[in-house]
Design a protein around this ligand. Structure first.
Ligand code: SAM
Length: 319
């Protein structure tokens, strides 16, 4: 299954790269549609003029021993995060947003430390304002044996100032009961819902990118592009700059480019950077396959595999 999904991404890479490639720069350029810097995040951030990024969105390494991480003590790790966030704060526009998507750091292979706790302190020390702690819920991942399996991460959305860009209309989602009408008061008989849809709330149910996901590459923890599209549409305007200091395979840059924004990102891993370039090229050409932002989660009850086999029945597992 994994091979098939990766092949379907590779299949998209049969294109003429010349024109789209001209829109991608290896160092920050204001006129480039996307900047893809292969190297350390602080080196990229130094190239970006102060106050020019409308959205900084990232998923940093969590220091949990992934193949792309060097292990650090918790203090060293948080110092690194403080340095990245402080540098990001300088390039952030006055009405801009910083979204730090984090999960749990595992302490001594035993306890969890939700990284949103120390990240909040770092951002609050810089005077930033927490607007939402968006819970991103997904259904697939490792099954834990000694604690409940983790099935969410959170996106800490901070703004630099009290006035900030927030566009709700492009990210509204369908109401549960669009046919519901007011039954009393001045508007009796009229539909009670906003015809443009409702606020998507701070709980987002979006599948994570596992082997059969149409966006899957070799990266072990890539973002679903739809998750970032929602942030890009709500927190930036057309033409704005979106920066991802830990860009991986470029998912945030793709989300920016697909929605008429500019993107800039860094990654120290050469192979991820190469794949990011291919994906951003496809995004510029309008050829990148993505899972639509508001597509409903697959209803597993439609699968014959969801029916409990007879030989397992008779057990009183589920009450
Ligand atoms: C959680 S992953 C981000 C994945 C990304 N959101 C995506 O969709 O592909 C973190 C990334 O940070 C990169 N990284 C680690 N240290 C870095 C550094 N000092 N500067 C830039 N990137 C770094 C890793 O190679 C890894 O790809």
């Amino acid at each position: 299954m994994a091979k098939q999904a990766i092949k379907s991404f590779a299949d998209q890479m049969t294109f003429d790269t010349t024109e789209a490639a001209r829109k991608i720069s290896e160092r920050y350029s204001k006129t480039a549609t996307a900047t893809l810097f292969h190297g350390d995040r602080l080196e990229l951030i130094k190239q970006i003029p102060k106050g020019s990024a409308k959205l900084i969105v990232t998923s940093p390494p969590y220091n949990i021993g992934k193949e792309y991480e060097d292990y650090h003590s918790l203090d060293e790790y948080l110092e690194g995060q403080r340095a990245t966030i402080a540098a990001c704060h300088e390039i952030l526009a006055e009405d801009g947003s910083l979204c730090w998507q984090v999960g749990n750091h595992i302490v001594a292979k035993a306890e969890i430390l939700p990284l949103d706790i120390p990240i909040h302190k770092i951002c609050a020390d810089l005077g930033m304002h927490l607007r939402n702690r968006v819970i991103w819920h997904f259904e697939h991942g490792l099954h834990c044996k000694k604690r409940f399996s983790g099935r969410y991460e959170c996106i800490m959305w901070f703004t630099k100032a009290k006035e900030y860009v927030f566009n709700l209309d492009p990210v509204r989602v369908p109401q549960k009961y669009p046919g519901k009408k007011n039954y009393n008061g001045k508007k009796v008989g009229e539909y009670s819902c906003n015809p443009s849809g409702k606020n998507p709330s701070d709980l987002w149910i979006i599948p994570n990118v596992k082997s059969n996901h149409c966006e899957k590459t070799i990266h072990p923890c890539q973002y679903p592009i739809g998750l970032i599209e929602r942030l890009v549409l709500a927190l930036t305007n057309s033409g704005d700059l979106v920066v991802d200091p830990y860009a991986g395979v470029g998912s945030a840059l793709c989300a920016a480019v697909l929605n008429g924004r500019r993107g800039a990102g860094a990654d120290t891993n050469a192979e991820y950077s190469r794949i990011a370039r291919e994906r951003v090229t496809l995004a510029i050409q309008g050829k990148l396959t993505t899972r639509p932002m508001n597509k409903a989660v697959y209803d597993a009850s439609k699968s014959r595999l969801s029916v409990r086999p007879k030989e397992l029945s008779g057990e009183t597992l589920f009450k």
